[in-house]
Design a protein around this ligand. Structure first.
Ligand code: BG6
Length: 514
């Protein structure tokens, strides 16, 4: 009888990537920061990994007057630190073009349409267009509308609809009402299946791993529920401050910037029910179902489930840094929150009564994103002299970034006396095991968009239910009934944030432990 053995080569086969289909990528806001820092570098990586179709071109669109050559120079500069020899980049850069114009001018879109028609012929792309909005959010609706009016969205034209896609950066709206209005505007011109709403956290390798870890192993799912889990902590801590994004950030704050999207996205992946298949809609249905089970985040004085903060001057990485209100272009009286923490309950069969503690903040002691599943402690100690306090709960930590990996802590016998016990950690580190850094999230997302896979993109109902969840908190903020507490830059936490979890007899995991 031939022996059947799992072989690495079989697993290697599963790692095959589908290369991007022929297309023209049209980026609005092409001379901006996102294009330079993320999109161009990711495209070059895809090109290096031979995942970009030969039949590909890139059209930058923007208000700045730039010739194709000037734009190619900018593109070349933005990847100059990637160590790619110029001879390798120049052939690729020859596929880069630029069209200047004003976003509200119909003539701009006619020019773009003419240019695309010519480039489609030249590069034999078959007329597939990805329109990427890397512009300030206030322009999303207007650009989508102009694309539609110029017939570039192909809506209602079966022969080309599948080939036109719209990629939209976050934030999608700034509250529930504006998200619905924006969607209504966009959906007059693009079908939902053409719309790719980006939440770049979903493109991170370690965030994608949440589903594989949960549903490709038999041992975790049976204990992934209220019977075994005491609570869950999700942390997105940043040591950076607002940097050069004052204009955007001061109108957003941590709730809109991180909570409504990245944080709730991770919560839904970690808590959702198993989908029947690894199919875009099957997964997105479960995510939405989960968010719909989250108890509304009401701000009640007697049951504080939300705490916000704003950083004051302090020390980060050994150096002094200014407070949020002293940052360039931030109003001196700004009440914008740079920190938000919440105690969230998922009212369904699996999670009833189990708190999920979520926190995110800028200018904290350390940059770390992780998800800690804290299990219940043992019910009884049979070891003489060892109390329940000596046997801390098992904690499974999904280390999203940096130092991507997974840790599981447990108790074990230490060499020595019969009752000598230690808490140990099983540690898996991506870089050690796979010998490579996790690829940039945008590589995954751009490739998926070229392939037409919407799994890692946020569907409209998901966006809406996430806004609906935090809307009561935003309303409290607007009414001045929720005021951010001050915390010193570089802090691990602060007393009011601690009180949120300590009131339940639990503690935040120290950032340094991640
Ligand atoms: C962005 C936010 O979506 O995510 C930023 O707008 C934040 O404020 C950033 O700094 C964090 O992303 P990452 O990938 O560095 O964790």
């Amino acid at each position: 009888m031939p022996e059947i053995q799992p072989s690495i080569s079989r697993q290697e086969l599963l790692c095959g990537e589908t290369p991007g289909r022929p297309c023209g990528m049209v980026v609005f806001g092409a001379s901006g920061d996102l294009t330079r820092r993320k999109l161009l570098a990711s495209l070059f990586e895809l090109q290096k990994r031979q995942l970009l179709a030969e039949e590909f071109y890139f059209v930058g669109c923007g208000r700045t007057e730039l010739s194709d050559d000037e734009f190619r120079k900018i593109a070349a500069e933005s990847i100059s630190d990637k160590g790619i020899p110029p001879e390798k980049t120049s052939a690729f850069l020859d596929k880069f073009y630029f069209v200047s114009g004003s976003y509200d001018d119909p003539a701009f879109y006619e020019t773009i349409g003419d240019r695309l028609a010519r480039l489609d012929c030249l590069h034999a792309t078959g007329g597939c267009h990805i329109f990427y909005l890397a512009v300030p959010p206030g322009l999303y609706g207007a650009i989508a509308e102009q694309l539609g009016k110029a017939k570039l969205s192909c809506r209602g034209m079966p022969e080309c609809e599948e080939r036109a896609r719209l990629v939209i950066e976050k934030p999608f709206g700034r509250d529930l009402k504006s998200a619905i209005a924006l969607n209504d505007q966009i959906q007059q011109y693009f079908e939902e299946r053409q719309i790719y709403r980006i939440d770049h956290y979903l493109g991170k390798e370690t965030v994608q791993n949440i589903l594989m870890f949960r549903f490709a192993n038999a041992i975790f799912e049976p204990i992934w529920n209220r019977n075994y889990v005491d609570h869950v902590q999700i942390t997105i801590a940043e040591s950076l401050g607002v940097e050069h994004r004052a204009g955007y950030y001061d109108k957003s704050g941590a709730l809109r910037d991180m909570f409504q999207n990245h944080m709730l996205g991770m919560l839904s992946l970690v808590a959702m029910e198993p989908p029947a298949s690894f199919d875009a809609d099957a997964i997105r249905d479960e995510k939405v179902k989960l968010l719909k089970s989250v108890r509304p985040l009401e701000v009640k004085p007697y049951d504080r489930r939300i705490v916000t903060g704003q950083y004051a001057a302090g020390d980060v990485d050994g150096g002094p840094v200014c407070g949020y209100r002293e940052e360039e272009n931030i109003p001196a009286e700004s009440m914008t929150e740079t920190y938000a923490a919440a105690r969230v309950f998922v009212d369904n069969w699996r999670w009833k009564g189990i708190p999920f503690y979520l926190r995110t903040g800028k200018r904290l002691a350390k940059r770390v994103t992780d998800i800690a599943i804290v299990f219940k402690t043992v019910p009884h100690s049979m070891f003489a002299g060892i109390g329940l306090d000596d046997m801390p709960a098992n904690v499974l930590v999904l280390k999203i970034q940096p130092n991507e990996g997974i840790n599981l802590s447990f108790q074990a016998k230490r060499p020595g006396s019969k009752t000598c016990m230690s808490t140990l950690t099983l540690n898996f580190n991506y870089a050690d095991v796979f010998g490579t850094d996790a690829p940039e999230a945008y590589e995954r997302l751009l490739l998926d968009c070229m392939v037409g896979d919407q799994t890692l993109f946020t569907r409209q109902d998901d966006v809406q239910v996430a806004w609906a969840l935090i809307q009561p908190v935003l309303d409290n903020f607007a009414a001045g009934t929720l005021i951010p507490f001050e915390y010193p830059a570089g802090a691990e936490s602060f007393p009011q944030a601690d009180a949120l979890i300590e009131g339940d007899g639990r503690k935040w995991r120290p950032l340094s432990q991640s």
